[in-house]
Design a binder for this molecule. Structure first.
Ligand code: FEO
Length: 395
């Protein structure tokens, strides 16, 4: 069902309430998501983005109930990833000659995925498309935000920025607009989205935000490709992105561990007590990696100034869960954060050194040589872990 966005612009996407995992199984979506497609009906009829492939037929049937598909003059593909381009395959069977406007890199990604030689028209930043009634679409390349093919499309007069993935959230709702949903849900999903998807590209984003602000285009709405449309104070999410893109951190220390027989867990808890004893203001959070969601932990690291990673020693190294998780952390390219390591051991004791080496390679400033405990911690070692926590708070 089509929903009015503004004047002659409608939403025609799909709300995916069931979605629990995205990017295969790589990203948790506890609150579902939506694939937002937009239909502009001015003198020219324009479709901006489509939906994920499993909903392709439903999408095209729905679209055809709103408009004669042959009356669609232009299709804009802001990004070629399958969650936005998947329904193109079904759509182009019905209207194979309709021109598709996208970046040169999107031609590559669309051809690479669907092996079709559709009627592509490549655009660059500043290119314009007249859609009648005195309105134009202006294209802005957004390379690496988050694919090389990404772009945004700005609609004049109505002053809508169709931003695609940028400023999005994986949040299912029938409400459509940012001011109509729970603000905690909205911002929790927005920061998780940034932390897990945009963080590696923060330096590129900083330049792009400057470029967009310098264009001086009035923005009355930011129509994303996932989640809510920002219509109430749309610049609030731009301001958040400016904060998040500048090596964001809160006054938080996060302790993440995995444990075999709870020794490392007990050390983690004592370190946390020590941190709190030293610094009453800092937020301390503990997570057992094996019982936590990886993407939620990435969000916690995003918010942290310091991260402690704990693992018992296994075969002179770490549990594979910890190794895999630090690999994920490394890919985020976090900046300006500190790290420390801890863990129990029975004989060789290599885990702490391995964690420090891995976190160093992941771009963290390593605070010290870490905290090692032989077998289970006794009272003396629990006190030592407590003191270690106090030192971490001071660091
Ligand atoms: Fe929502 Fe990069 O696709």
């Amino acid at each position: 069902m089509k929903k009015l966005v503004k004047n002659n612009v409608s939403w025609i996407g799909k709300v995916d309430w069931e979605l629990q995992k995205f990017h295969g199984d790589d990203y948790s979506t506890h609150n579902g998501s939506s694939y937002n497609s937009y239909l502009i009906q001015e003198e020219k009829n324009v479709l901006i983005d489509t939906v994920w492939m499993p909903f392709g037929k439903e999408f095209v049937d729905n679209l055809a109930s709103e408009i004669d598909l042959n009356d669609i003059d232009y299709i804009i593909m802001n990004h070629g990833e399958v969650d936005h381009s998947g329904a193109l395959v079904e759509l182009m069977k019905r209207i194979p000659e309709t021109p598709i406007y996208c970046t040169a890199n999107a031609v590559k990604s669309l051809k690479g995925q669907y092996h079709q030689d559709w009627n592509f028209n490549t655009v660059k930043t500043g290119d314009k498309l007249d859609i009648g009634n005195g309105k134009e679409l202006i294209f802005v390349e957004m390379a690496m935000l988050h694919w090389p093919d990404s772009m945004a499309t700005y609609m004049t007069v109505d002053n809508i920025l169709f931003s695609n993935d940028a400023f999005g959230q994986h949040l299912a709702s029938e409400k459509l607009f940012n001011d109509l949903v729970d603000q905690c849900d909205l911002f929790n999903e927005a920061i998780k989205y940034y932390a897990n998807i945009i963080t590696p590209f923060s330096p590129i984003l900083r330049k792009k935000l400057d470029e967009i602000i310098a264009l001086n285009l009035p923005i009355e709405m930011i129509a994303t490709s996932h989640g809510m449309i920002w219509r109430d104070n749309p610049m609030q999410i731009v301001e958040k992105y400016i904060q998040w893109a500048n090596d964001y951190q809160e006054n938080q220390i996060t302790i993440i561990y995995d444990t075999m027989w709870n020794g490392t867990k007990h050390v983690a808890e004592k370190i946390a007590e020590g941190i709190i004893a030293e610094d009453k203001d800092v937020v301390v959070k503990l997570f057992n990696l094996a019982k936590s969601d990886d993407n939620d932990l990435i969000t916690e690291i995003f918010k942290s100034k310091t991260v402690l990673i704990g693992s018992p020693t296994v075969g002179n190294s770490v549990l594979h869960s910890i190794a895999g998780f630090i690999h994920m952390v490394k890919e985020m390219k976090f900046k300006n954060k500190k790290a420390a390591a801890f863990g129990c051991y029975g004989w060789s004791g290599g885990s702490v050194k391995v964690i420090n080496e891995m976190m160093d390679k992941a771009g963290f400033e390593i605070i010290d040589d870490g905290f090692k405990n032989l077998w289970n911690p006794d009272e003396e070692m629990k006190n030592a872990a407590f003191e270690y926590g106090k030192n971490i708070a001071k660091a």
